[in-house]
Ligand binder design. Structure first.
Ligand SMILES: NC(=O)c1ccc[n+]([C@@H]2O[C@H](COP(=O)([O-])OP(=O)(O)OC[C@H]3O[C@@H](n4cnc5c(N)ncnc54)[C@H](O)[C@@H]3O)[C@@H](O)[C@H]2O)c1
Length: 325
């Protein structure tokens, strides 16, 4: 199969590209490198540096290849920033998806896999969150993901484009070659590991009075390899059907438990400073993955927090400054 991966130089996209190449697929990546890294790209994929909203670039790519499917990771990813800059988020995340879908229609490509997010649910009424839970984003980032999800059935009914929306919870961990290098980094595990790496003195822990088992937020971490693997299953699924799936471990860990895990894995004491809650951080975000298991045939390999943290720690030790570019 020839697959176009938009945003394939980013954290999750680069791991998926490796898995697609290993499975024998031909992979083309388009990435503007606004947040991705050229050195995260598998040398066997074909790479175009460009913005997916640039119709001329997309037109050239689609005219030159016969793609069987498109996976879209491209977009901005920081929920907090999206509250400050809603227009920038809608312009990139929604317009980018529309540009890809329009090109797919023009070139008669019928399979689309979309990186959605847990953020489409907003503050859940109940956990674990199932796909039937109300979709009520609480920030423009989540809203932009939901807007794309809501467009997809219209492209299916009019043009037969089947799509799979994958609602990721917290992506974490690394493979030997690819790891997490967001700038700025807003995710807990890479930030915790900056302390044993000597990049910061202590970690700020936001909110210690939540109604959870130790007062800190509970989140659902899913290893990036397990996430990437689902995209290959989703490509098969989209051959016949469309759907939306939670990609989650189904087990939540508190922030303190993640820090304890990092202390065990690294052998470093990791000092903390306790700070007030941050606005908009729900107490608990844990999801059911039953639909993805039953319908996509997904099997999670990394269900152990220490194993996830250990994989990240190995990568950060070999890449203390992240990717070179
Ligand atoms: N990391 C997570 O925990 C998480 C959780 C939920 C959802 N997601 C979603 O998964 C996707 C990938 O996340 P990630 O952590 O790998 O992010 P990332 O920032 O590492 O990757 C996104 C990639 O898209 C590229 N990009 C952005 N806008 C572009 C544009 N207009 N044209 C071309 N390329 C563009 C960036 O350069 C980057 O390489 C995102 O859509 C994100 O919203 C991530």
């Amino acid at each position: 199969m020839r697959v176009l991966v938009a945003g394939g130089a980013g954290y999750i996209g680069s791991v998926t590209v490796d898995q697609l190449v290993a499975a024998g697929h031909d992979v083309t990546v388009i990435d503007s490198l606004v947040a991705g890294h050229a050195s995260a790209l598998n040398p066997e994929c074909e790479f175009t540096q460009g913005d997916v909203r640039d119709e001329a670039v997309l037109g050239r790519l689609f005219a030159a290849h016969t793609f069987d499917a498109v996976i879209n990771y491209s977009g901005y990813i920081q929920a907090g920033e999206s509250v400050q800059q809603p227009g920038r988020y809608f312009a990139n995340n929604v317009t980018g998806a529309i540009a890809l879908l329009n090109a797919m229609v023009t070139y008669d490509i019928r399979r689309f896999v979309f990186s959605s997010s847990a953020a489409v649910y907003g503050e859940p009424e109940a956990v674990p969150i199932t796909e039937e839970a109300p979709l009520r984003p609480v920030n423009p980032y989540g809203e932009s993901k939901l807007m794309v999800e809501r467009m997809l059935p219209w492209f299916e009914s009019r043009f037969g484009v089947r799509s799979v929306s994958l609602r990721y919870f917290n992506a974490a961990g690394a493979t030997e070659e690819r790891g997490e290098d967001h700038r700025p980094e807003t995710h807990l595990i890479p930030n915790v590991l900056q302390v044993p790496l000597g990049k910061r003195q202590s970690l700020a822990l936001y909110g210690t009075d939540y109604p959870t088992r130790d007062g800190t937020c509970v989140r659902d971490y899913i290893h990036v390899s397990d996430l990437a693997a689902t995209h290959l299953l989703a490509l098969d699924y989209a051959e016949k059907r469309s759907g939306a799936f939670n990609l989650a471990n189904g087990v939540g860990f508190t922030n303190r438990e993640v820090i304890e895990s990092a202390r065990r894995v690294t052998g470093h004491p990791i000092p903390l400073t306790e700070e007030p809650r941050r606005a908009g951080d729900p107490a608990e975000l844990v999801a059911s993955n039953e639909r993805a298991r039953a319908e996509l045939g997904w099997a999670i390999e990394f269900d152990d927090l220490d194993a996830i943290v250990d994989s990240a720690w190995r990568w950060h030790q070999t890449h203390p400054d992240g990717y070179p570019d």
